[in-house]
Design a protein around this ligand. Structure first.
Ligand SMILES: [Zn+2]
Length: 138
């Protein structure tokens, strides 16, 4: 018999500024019924990943069920920490396609229709949900 010991994992939190959250919400609404995709700017330390800026990626393409951007066309910038995209229909869980395609940065934010604070979620590379907090300023 094999006993597995569960290592207590300390998970980092994702903190997003009010301004950045509103930017994701507004952009997703504007792109609806197509997906919206954005690059997230911010910083990170051991305890948390902070999202405080957004960049519209050059040459982004999207439709109702997909969105993407050529990562190679993004200039190297250490403040790019992840990406956000919208799900015009369905849930804010990562789709199989989301998990299979290249993960950009450290965090993947997904917002689902009707695009509110409550429908924003953040995931790590494995599709595990981060605790997400919206703050007035970071
Ligand atoms: Zn998706």
């Amino acid at each position: 018999m094999i006993f597995k010991t569960q290592q207590p994992r300390t998970r980092r939190k994702v903190v997003i500024t009010r301004q950045a959250a509103d930017g994701i919400i507004t952009y997703s609404k504007a792109r609806h019924p197509n997906e919206a995709i954005l690059v997230l700017q911010g910083g990170q330390n051991k305890e948390q990943i902070v999202i405080d800026g957004l960049v519209i990626p050059p040459f982004a393409s999207s439709g109702p069920f997909y969105s993407g951007f050529p990562i190679h066309d993004l200039p190297f910038d250490g403040s790019y920490i992840g990406s956000a995209h919208s799900h015009p229909g369905g849930s804010n869980r990562p789709s199989l396609e989301d998990l299979n395609r290249g993960f950009y940065g450290f965090v993947s934010v997904i917002i689902s229709h009707p695009y509110e604070d409550e429908t924003i979620a953040a995931y790590d590379r494995n599709g595990d949900k981060y605790e997400l907090k919206i703050v007035e300023s970071a």
